[in-house]
Design a protein around this ligand. Structure first.
Ligand code: GLN
Length: 234
């Protein structure tokens, strides 16, 4: 039997730093092997996001300029995005997207941009500095190691109910201080990793797709999809 999943690419025409759109290509690559067809819509400025229409969502990174625009518009989607997240909707958010799911992001010029507060983190600025370079983290629960490239000025601090995506092995991570990188809340995965994250860390693509399948088709058995081998990228 083949399955269909509807994917919302949030602000895909604005939030796409360092080829983050490659995450959609990687999702498609793994979905095909699972006999899953993805219908991908860009949901952007002045468009409605209805939680019930989507099975999976992706929100990429952005420059401060785009984030200023998105920070305003996303307030109109706050209720439905929160509903999607709270009901276990799988969502991947990278860098600027990660920041705007939290309470606020302070840009390089000191401007405070509101997020939607669906997740309990906040992001401070740093003084004329950015965290740039290769990064390696380890997820304590699965034992998986993830590889990526980070480039952000924001310093994010996790809140209640959020676990880090991983602990920093090398690189800076969320804030360069507490050794955490990214966040996991329900079926939401956040990270500062570009690369794009899913092309280098197929396990995360698999977690997202399997979570979406289980949520949409609760009667079915997805152990075969869960057992899908992830090709080594290193
Ligand atoms: N503009 C944000 C920052 O500098 C996010 C960057 C990004 O998405 N790559 O922290």
């Amino acid at each position: 039997m083949s399955y269909e999943l509807n994917v919302a690419h949030l602000y895909g025409n604005l939030m796409n730093t360092y080829g983050d759109v490659g995450n959609i290509l990687a999702l498609n690559y793994y979905a095909k092997q699972m006999d899953v067809h993805l219908n991908v819509d860009i949901v952007s400025l002045e468009e409605d996001f209805h939680a019930a229409d989507y099975d999976l969502a992706f929100f990429g990174g952005g420059q401060d300029f785009e984030q200023t625009i998105v920070s305003q518009d996303i307030q109109t989607k706050k209720a439905e995005l929160t509903k999607f997240i709270e009901s276990g909707g799988p969502l991947l958010a990278i860098c600027g997207g990660f920041q705007l799911l939290g309470h606020y992001y302070i840009g390089a010029d000191g401007e405070k941009l509101p997020g939607i507060g669906a997740l309990d983190h906040y992001t401070l600025a740093q003084d004329h500095k950015r965290f740039i370079g290769d990064i390696v983290i380890k997820n304590q629960e699965t034992g998986e190691t993830y590889h990526g490239f980070e480039n952000h000025q924001g310093r994010t601090f996790l809140g209640a109910g959020e676990r880090p995506l991983g602990n920093v092995v090398s690189g800076k991570g969320n804030n360069g201080e507490d050794g955490t990188e990214g966040a996991i809340y329900k079926n939401v995965y956040c990270s500062y990793f570009h690369g794009p994250i899913l092309t280098r860390n197929g396990e995360i693509a698999k977690h997202l797709l399997v979570a979406a399948l289980k949520r949409k088709f609760p009667e079915d058995d997805f152990s075969q999809q869960e057992a899908l081998p992830i090709p080594a990228t290193f």
